[in-house]
Write a protein that binds this ligand. Sequence first.
Ligand code: IVH
Length: 651
Amino acid sequence: MNYETYKNGVEKLNTYAYHYYVLDNPITTDEVYDKLYHEVLEYEQENPSSILENSPTQRVGDMVLEGFSKANHKSRMWSLEDVFNADDLSKWLTRVYKFDEDVSFYCEPKYDGASLNLIYENGRLAQAITRGDGVEGEDITQNAKTIKSIPLTIDYKESIEIRGEVVIFKSEFERINSDRLRNGENLFANPRNAAAGSLRQLDSSITASRNLVFLPYGIGENSLDISHLSQRMEFIYSLGFKIPPHRGVCEGFEAIEAIYEEMKESRDGYEMMLDGMVVKVDQIDSQENMGYTVKYPRWAVAYKFPAVEKITTLKDIILQVGRSGVITPVAIVEPTNIDGVVVERATLHNFDEIQRKDIRINDQVIILRSGDVIPKIIKVLTHERKGSEKELKRPTKCPVCGSELLDEGALIKCQNLTCKARVVNSIIYFASKQCLNIDGLGEKIVKALFEAGVVASVEDIFSLTLEKLLALEGFKEKKSQNLLDSIENIKGCDCWRFINALGIEHIGEVASKSLCSVFGLSFVDASKEQLIAIDGIGEEMAEAVLEFVRVNREHIVRLQNVLNPKIPSPKAEVKENPFKGKSVVLTGSMSRPRDEIKKMLETLGAKLVGSVSKKTDMVIYGEDAGSKYDKAIELGVKTLTEDEMRGLLDE
Ligand code: IVH
């Protein structure tokens, strides 16, 4: 590599990263990116004096600071006045119109994270300062440089302050917390705390590992000659910053209300947490005319969404035994309406977490529910205790079968393979939609069959007879025959369904499909190295497969003999077509049953996935498509109606 190719490499990497992190629309594979990144890194190690400041290698946090130094914002960072309902919004509008009757409004999300001021001088990121008291904050420049959606250089040479919110996407928040749970670390209460905590790490490699995202919302000191805020923001987005998932310019109360309703309806589907919509006067000269109170600009207001955190009472903690024997404590709370959904249960993760948070029955607690965030208890209001609170002892006996439990610290397990809960839950899982999809073998029937003593293991369902079923209460001829037929029908099932139904820890639908397409049924003979070599299978998953096979080989063979799963024909046989090799999501109601369309697309070589991400190639939607469709639009994923899909097929 010479300097020219190096420079070119840096530029290419930045373009790839911009498409990936800012536009959510990757234009290359991880492999290509990594290869080029390493070539660039190698050149820099040999030529340290030529390192370009916008090289992506400069984002890698390897600085450990003693503390942060204080720094002044060039112009003050203001707060926002909150309004909670249409009445308050209308009163605010009356005040605005007193200053200027002809204003329009720029509406954008109010992100729930930590605010950050980026100072660009001469086209380069010179300083990143936390909000602090609005006048002075902390210099966290090194950490900000690890955030991939913050450009290190911009194509604008004047000095400018770009303000925005640093957030953690909901999925990333769940990932961080589940890692922390596994490592016995304290959990973050919500994505906002996780973002703020990650931003203020003295070791910037920790910040780098958290996948923070910067969303611009405003401009501080600047010399822009642009008359409207909305146009100023478009200019900022064009410099390489992320665009809000929803924004709009409008006039008047009703138009603001309409955007507010749209944003509120879609909030669960957005990747980041929003706690409201910010309404800002669009004309800069009117903004200047209105000015500020002691705390807020008069030209902006935060129109809050219904809260996603509520205080309630913890009434009880029940213990659930899963199919792998893990005992999960679940909080039963006083039913509470959170943003339109009545929450009665919340996850408590595990017993270490209960002890760490000192959660007691009868405690007043704060619970969080938002979209993909699983309802959880995030705080105990210990100052509200009245003396009637009861501590929960770590269980030593299985609540279902009574056998001694194995206490491994974070996890407590029932080891009794014949424990009713374990058996019943494994059969329910085996028969469930994502596994063998046995019609008529749902939770209620499985429990009844188990109670009656006719089914004590997964294998027993294949020895059911009409006679045995008719002897049970509530089983008439038709229902019994239907059940037997559905069981018969799963013979010759897809091999991946069979693997998925075994219930191997960490192996879900996607991994089962990979195992099946690489090994077919001989996955039982695969070595650890062979397993890890598969895309998407890591060490923990490989070990789970090996351990499962070690203990259950005979059971797998017996089931295989009854089920006779079918091995997919090699992919090469699929003819070229617009769906081959594509990752596809189906949503909304279609003219044909969903499974039928799914099967057809799979036959064409498409990979059907459940949720929309930037890796999705297309979303095919029917009537009443909801958040998946919105997400596709938000991420710029191609969308097709069912008719358009058929049109493509006809072509
Ligand atoms: S504008 C001059 N816009 O909310 C107005 N703030 O409650 C200053 N925030 O400190 C703020 N999204 O951290 C603005 N679209 C948005 C925002 C936003 C989130 C945060 C920001 C600010 C706080 C005020």
